[in-house]
Design a protein around this ligand. Structure first.
Ligand code: ZN
Ligand code: ZN
Length: 211
């Protein structure tokens, strides 16, 4: 037996030299265009990916045996994400002075204003030097026209008519009015990060600590 010892990560055994990948074939003898990892049989769209699947890797920081979907370890990826986020915020203008309670984006989460953000934070300690991004608010449905809705609906209805048949609709005016009433009720909002930041420490000073 050869010496193919490995380390287990996420229930996956990573090896210095995994068994070679297998190309998959149809019964007809035609290639399916996919490869299976020789160790775990996961299917990949390329031979390279199947070869790399169960191979242990070494990150530039020296860490080894991380999932081979990535080329760097989790800790290095986290550092990269943080650096990218810092770079993004460095380029934004600060609007602490004129903040008027718009929605904000903190990390991956949107909040309707800073109060909601404060309430969702376990603690504001250690966040004094961090920033959140302000969002602009757009109304949903403001640019949907009655005629677009009507055309789509009626096209759907007449789609399956056999050739040579026409369909005339009565009461279209009444229907249009109802569609407009429906559209007027669509008051949902879209929040779009607008490239301006607020310093959390400044906000806490301005609004006071919350319980
Ligand atoms: Zn594998
Ligand atoms: Zn690393």
């Amino acid at each position: 037996m050869n010496n193919r010892k490995g380390v287990v990560i996420n229930n996956k055994t990573l090896k210095k030299q995994p068994k070679p990948p297998q190309e998959m074939w149809f019964w007809s003898g035609k290639s399916a265009g996919v490869w299976a990892c020789g160790e775990c049989n996961r299917i990949y769209q390329s031979e390279v990916m199947a070869t790399e699947c169960c191979k242990s890797k070494i990150c530039k920081c020296g860490a080894d045996n991380f999932s081979t979907v990535y080329t760097t370890c989790a800790s290095c990826r986290h550092k990269q994400d943080m650096a990218r986020e810092k770079d993004r915020f460095d380029k934004m203008d600060d609007i602490t002075d004129s903040y008027d309670e718009q929605p904000v984006l903190a990390g991956d989460s949107f909040y309707k204003d800073v109060w909601e953000f404060f309430n969702c934070c376990d603690s504001l300690n250690n966040l004094e030097d961090e920033y959140i991004e302000v969002c602009s608010v757009h109304k949903l449905g403001y640019n949907i026209s009655v005629d677009d809705v009507l055309d789509t609906l009626l096209d759907n209805v007449t789609e399956n008519l056999e050739d040579g048949y026409e369909m005339e609709f009565d009461g279209v005016d009444v229907f249009k009015k109802q569609i407009q009433e429906f559209l007027d009720k669509q008051t949902g909002e879209i929040w779009v990060p607008c490239g301006k930041k607020i310093n959390i420490g400044e906000l806490v000073k301005q609004y006071g600590e919350c319980e």
